[in-house]
Ligand binder design. Structure first.
Ligand code: NDP
Ligand code: MG
Length: 383
């Protein structure tokens, strides 16, 4: 029986994780569950799963919370959930840079971190990998592309890999012209064709910033240089990613899109457990097609990959600027093309720096947020 701490239990990945626990009550039990602000929703989950600890990181404890669960609030409490003594696995399903410190704390405490929060690795890849080495913790990806790559690698060394090919659905605007993109609303962008996800990652999928975040995530997770990581649009989201070996063989991992399987694999890895879900049917899946990423219509992709290649704190700046710009797009202050414009403007002003301490990363993150806020305040759409 493994104890699982679920950071972000009330979110989309959190729901997938609890569905996995439902199918394996004899293998996994929830020891800590956390929410950001939605204490009432967490209260219902606590009643059902009976964790030892429930944390509302940014809001009050819901009225009537009782039972055998200890209730806490605040950032320190979130770190307590990330390092809970009964947790063997910490599923980090927080959204944004807020996930970084819990990832570091869990790895330093020697936990397995099932990582959905890709932003942790993007903001501070070297620090995260160092925390895992020093604390004896282990990082297992939940992101479907990285779970696919892990499964394709199956223990193969990095020397045997020629290339990683990350697939991207292309998002809801895959076929939109630049002129149409200028009129895209949050409602349009939130209508994802193949995945049902939280709002931030859904907008990142629409801009393709998500794929850039994933290229950076793959670079750190698998130790593969950027020039050997590519992205390709695959609208059906059946092939979750591919690995080309040095001999030319290409391995792909496939299935109908669901996040429950990558979560299950991150919890059970390297073991495989039986699971009830929609069985794959190649005939029903139909034709599988591929297209190049269009960097002109989706400039956030190129900006993110360039920030990854630059290294140091540039990826943290990319991430923070993107978080602020996405929030303003959702709030109506920025048009869709304004997201990439804001991110590009902020990156253009960044003078660089090493990501050699948490303080340096947090400073770059805070600078990027201020700079992007200023851009948004002065924003006039160019067309
Ligand atoms: P959601 O927005 O659905 O859920 C986020 C969770 O984190 C919620 O429980 C939320 O609490 C909590 N939370 C949000 N902000 C904070 C904060 N500042 N401090 C503490 N808790 C917070 O996101 P997703 O589940 O979609 O995504 C989670 C992560 O997984 C992201 O990094 C995303 O990129 C990644 N991912 C998601 C996929 C998906 O299919 N959804 C696929 C692959 C990766 P509350 O409910 O109270 O707001
Ligand atoms: Mg993904």
């Amino acid at each position: 029986m493994k104890g699982v701490s679920i950071l972000g239990a009330t979110g989309s990945i959190g729901r997938s994780a609890l569905a996995v626990l439902d199918q394996h009550p004899d293998r996994f039990r929830a020891v800590a569950l956390t929410a950001g602000t939605r204490g009432e929703a967490l209260g219902r989950l606590a009643e059902r799963y009976g964790p030892a600890l429930a944390v509302v990181a940014e809001g009050p404890v819901p009225a009537g919370a009782c039972g055998g669960t200890e209730w806490r609030t605040g950032r320190e409490a979130l770190l307590a959930a990330a390092t809970h003594p009964d947790a063997d696995v910490v599923l980090n399903a927080l959204v944004g840079a807020a996930g970084l410190e819990p990832t570091l704390a869990a790895l330093r405490a020697g936990k397995r971190v099932a990582l959905a929060n890709k932003e942790s690795l993007v903001c501070a890849g070297p620090l995260v990998m160092e925390a895992a080495r020093e604390g004896g913790g282990e990082l297992v990806p939940v992101d479907s592309e990285h779970s696919a790559i892990l499964q394709c690698l199956a223990g193969t060394s990095a020397d045997a890999v020629r290339r990683l090919v990350l697939t991207a659905s292309g998002g809801p605007f895959r076929e939109w012209t630049a002129a149409m993109l200028a009129t895209a609303t949050p409602a349009d962008a939130l209508r994802h064709p193949t995945w049902d996800m939280g709002s931030k990652v859904t907008i990142d999928s629409a801009t393709l910033a998500n794929k850039a975040l994933e290229v950076i995530e793959a670079h750190f997770l698998f130790g593969i240089p950027y020039e050997r990581i590519e992205a390709v649009v695959h609208p059906q989201s059946i092939i979750h990613s591919m690995v080309e070996m040095v001999d030319g063989s290409v391995l792909a991992q496939m299935g109908f899109p669901t996040m429950e399987l990558p979560v299950l694999y991150a919890l059970s890895y390297p073991e495989r457990l039986p699971y009830e879900c929609r069985r794959f049917d190649p005939v029903a899946a139909g034709a599988l097609t591929f297209e190049p990423v269009d960097g002109e219509r989706f400039p956030a992709f190129g900006l993110g990959v360039a920030a990854g290649r630059e290294g140091g704190t540039a990826p943290a700046v990319f991430n923070a600027a993107n978080e602020v710009a996405v929030a303003h797009f959702l709030g109506g202050a920025l048009g869709f093309p304004g997201i990439a414009e804001a991110v590009g403007d902020t990156l253009g002003q960044w003078r660089g720096g090493a990501a050699d301490s948490l303080a340096a990363v947090l400073e770059a993150d805070a600078w990027a947020r201020r700079t992007t806020e200023t851009f948004v305040r002065n924003y006039l759409p160019c067309c």
